[in-house]
Ligand binder design. Structure first.
Ligand code: NDP
Length: 793
């Protein structure tokens, strides 16, 4: 009987592609752009073939966009914005529900079309891609209803430019379009050139079934150059991009200084960690899902398998036995586990990286009994063992069904290996010891961690990366902040205009007295490495003192001190951080007369104003201390069998160039929220704010702030040092509150390691009152959400 069962083969279980082929034929297999609610021929009248990767056949021709097409789409989106954004949220919600219903009614057609366009199996499109896309519209229909009540201080910004990749064409479209239009934006979206078909069907559905107002969604087709045109266009207030880190980096550079909001969902090299006490058979199934789902073409694919040494051999054996059973073949066959690679280009990239792995000495394993169709881009499952953590295949994103295996001995080593990449998108941790699993999840640098599970998604749980996997979130409450912008209501200008700034050129040399102040680095008062200083005078030319002029070396030392202090500081309870901030506030308050006098002399403001600024600075510290344990994480209701905890983690080391328009209050307003959330900071002050900052150093030192948590430098050219901070690989974020040109430099330099930046004219909320919405924005900027998924039951 057993022998008989072994000989039984699968029968063909093909899903018919007839409805999809009929639909393509109905359009003469030729499509233009979707702009202002109608189909438009491409301006240049050029078309590109769409290839079915499983057969290598051309199945359609889709227009190639150019500048005129992008312009037309932007005009349509801009024109649609006023009406769409003013529509009552409930009315917008109805449209999103209508999209959801239309997607559900056409689910089969979408699933088949996605499969023949992308090469992924029908099982995946039918059971994962389409249902998740539907869920995204339902979830965000809810946000359309409630966002104005929840966040009255935030408004839609206008047109959003959106660029999506080929690995989840419809799902990525849903991730981009649903939140954007739910809250009142309009969009211009470009699908990947190799997978435009479901976007076309979606557009048709918007017109025929949903009757979405014209211009709310515009879709322009074409290659990377069309993406570039969208990014560089002056209309969008925001660019949302998903794709490779290389293109994300280019987008960061090209938008620097344009005040465009940016969300980047980039690549990954996610670790899949299995401890000896895990349920090994479940973990094997997890690996199958992590690396062979969608042919491994998943940004969060668990492509690095990290095994506890004692079970490594046994686990790899079980995995190979399982991989022998995987079926690679025609994506429309419902029994297939692995479909086709999306394009020749991607296929060749995978092959090149496999070659690299072999050349670097890794050992390759592939199932003995696998068959692939003779045409199309198919790659069977592949496992690399004997892999050094530094070799190319352990570091580069392969984006294919290729797993690399490494081992570790202790949880600490597992975490080190897991974090030993420039990425930080996702991770999977397997252990039956929940304490250990949670501890490791907390230490891994990634936006999503799945415990005893993998590749789970839900619209209510935001998705996005740490480090070079990008920033911004899609989905969840946190994703809503990325499609809305502040209502303009900054009251700081009132005080700032009254505070005069010092003109150093009127300095009278005979007033000079040597009172050079030092930097605060690692809790110590430190002289400038280069021994340089510069004078600070009052507006009337009276010398008030001189401060150190920091150079690159001082920045490096300060960053090293901040990095050294970070782990211990973030590990403190919010209660303790709050206590330290209270103490800091009390000590500043004790010195209020001295600070007010200094401020008055520095700025020539009236005594009453100087006192108000000091009072506001003290209050600011108290306020953020109060918020320390009240900026909570979330528990996402994604499933009755799963808890998803959204933890707000500090970013790490934040470089700050505070606004110098309101000395003292500018630096306090930036430092307090950063450190209260567990970050450490390096602040660089200039000629207008260095003096009060250097007096603040003494207060920091007497307030139990641990050494290295706050580091303060001064420089004659602080903007140049802000650029050094932005280029520094060990700085995680830079806040630049010193004007547009400096902000542009910082944003461009930040592309080196894709650190988060926040650039404004001056420190937001550095007026006498701090609106609570501004304070929350600071706390959001000071944190990143990590969603930890834990199954139970
Ligand atoms: P890209 O980053 O090149 O493409 C993603 C999207 O950006 C596509 O729509 C692409 O257009 C467009 N694009 C390309 N160049 C530019 C540009 N200069 N400005 C604006 N938009 C641009 O990814 P690829 O498709 O080439 O894949 C390469 C690698 O990227 C993969 O091997 C994988 O490692 C990674 N990747 C990661 C993804 C993720 O989800 N994190 C998704 C896809 C890829 P077009 O496709 O038409 O060229």
């Amino acid at each position: 009987m057993n022998k008989y069962l072994e000989r039984l083969d699968y029968g063909p279980a093909l899903e018919s592609d007839k409805p999809a082929q009929d639909w393509l034929m109905g359009h003469g297999r030729t499509f233009g752009h979707f702009i202002d609610g109608v189909w438009c021929q491409p301006n240049a009248k050029t078309y590109r073939s769409v290839i079915n990767p499983a057969t290598s056949e051309a199945i359609a021709q889709v227009g190639e966009g150019d500048e005129a097409d992008v312009e037309k789409a932007m005009i349509a989106a801009k024109k649609a914005f006023p009406l769409w954004s003013k529509l009552h949220g409930h009315e917008r919600a109805k449209y999103l529900y209508a999209i959801e219903r239309a997607l559900a009614q056409n689910a089969r057609l979408f699933a088949v079309l996605e499969s023949i366009d992308n090469g992924k199996t029908i099982r995946e499109t039918r059971d994962i891609d389409i249902p998740l896309a539907i869920r995204h519209f339902t979830y965000h229909a809810g946000w359309a209803e409630i966002h104005e009540g929840e966040y009255p201080e935030l408004v839609p910004g206008g047109v959003i430019g959106q660029i999506i990749p080929w690995n989840f064409p419809l799902l990525m479209l849903a991730w981009k379009i649903a939140p954007a239009i739910a809250v009142g934006n309009t969009v211009v979206l470009k699908p990947a050139e190799s997978t435009p078909l479901t976007a076309l069907l979606f557009a048709e559905m918007l017109v025929k079934e949903v009757k979405l107002p014209r211009g709310v969604v515009n879709i322009v087709f074409g290659g990377g150059e069309v993406g570039e045109l969208i990014v560089k266009h002056k209309t969008p207030w925001k660019i949302a991009f998903t794709g490779s880190t290389a293109v994300g980096r280019a987008i960061r550079k090209s938008t620097a200084g344009e005040e465009k909001h940016l969300t980047l969902e980039l690549g990954g090299k996610s670790p899949f960690i299995v401890f000896a006490d895990a349920d090994l058979d479940s973990a094997v199934e997890g690996v199958v899902d992590a690396i062979w789902f969608n042919q491994g073409q998943v940004c969060c694919a668990g492509s690095r398998l990290l095994l506890e040494e004692s079970i490594a051999e046994e686990f790899v054996h079980r995995l190979k036995v399982r991989a022998e059973k995987l079926r690679v073949g025609p994506p429309l066959d419902k029994t297939m586990d692995i479909g086709a690679i999306n394009s020749r280009r991607q296929y060749e990239k995978i092959m090149r990286l496999i070659d690299d792995g072999v050349k670097e000495g890794a050992v390759v394993w592939q199932p003995k009994h696998w068959q692939c169709p003779p045409v199309g881009f198919f790659v069977p499952p592949l496992i690399f063992t004997n892999v050094a953590p530094t070799c190319t295949i352990a570091q580069e994103e392969i984006f294919g069904p290729v797993l690399v295996v490494m081992s570790f001995r202790t949880p600490k080593e597992a975490v080190e290996l897991a974090n030993n990449t420039r990425y930080g998108l996702a991770a999977s941790v397997w252990s039956e010891n929940i304490g250990k699993a949670n501890d490791v999840a907390g230490k891994i640098k990634a936006g999503t961690v799945w415990i005893n599970s993998t590749n789970l998604f839900d619209a209510a749980a935001g998705f996005g990366g740490f480090r070079e996997s990008g920033y911004g979130r899609e989905g969840g409450r946190e994703g809503i902040f990325d499609v809305l912008k502040d209502r303009t209501c900054d009251i700081s200008a009132r005080v700032l205009r009254r505070a005069k700034i010092i003109d150093a050129t009127v300095l009278k040399s005979e007033d000079c007295v040597d009172r050079t102040r030092r930097f605060l680095i690692g809790g110590k008062l430190v002289r400038p490495d280069g021994g340089m200083s510069f004078p600070i005078s009052s507006p009337s030319g009276v010398l008030l003192g001189s401060v150190g002029d920091a150079g690159r070396k001082d920045v490096r030392n300060a960053v090293e001190a901040a990095r050294g202090a970070f782990e211990s500081w973030r590990g403190q309870s919010a209660h303790l951080r709050a206590q330290i901030l209270y103490f800091f506030a009390e000590n500043l308050d004790n010195e209020r007369e001295r600070f007010a006098d200094l401020l008055r002399r520095q700025t020539d403001c009236e005594a009453g104003d100087a006192k108000s600024v000091v009072k506001a600075s003290v209050e600011r510290l108290f306020y953020y201390a109060a918020l320390a344990d009240k900026f909570e994480g979330t528990v996402q209701p994604v499933s009755p069998k799963m808890t998803v905890v959204g933890v707000k983690e500090p970013l790490g080391v934040i470089g700050i160039r505070p606004s110098d328009l309101t000395p003292l209050l500018g630096i306090v307003s930036a430092i307090a929220p950063a450190i209260v959330m567990g970050n450490t900071v390096v602040a660089v002050t200039g000629q207008y704010d260095a003096l009060s900052a250097s007096d603040l150093i003494q207060v920091v030192q007497t307030s139990d702030v641990p050494p290295g948590v706050v580091n303060i430098l001064s420089a004659a050219n602080p903007d140049a040092l802000a650029k050094v901070l932005a280029e520094h690989e060990d700085v995680d974020a830079v806040w630049f509150f010193g004007g547009r040109s400096g902000g542009a430099v910082v944003e461009a330099a930040s592309a080196s390691n894709m650190k988060r930046t926040w650039a404004e004219e001056y420190t937001p909320g550095s007026g006498l009152c701090l609106p609570s919405a501004v304070a929350k924005k600071f706390l959001r900027q000071a944190t990143q959400v990590k969603n930890i998924w834990t199954p139970f039951g």
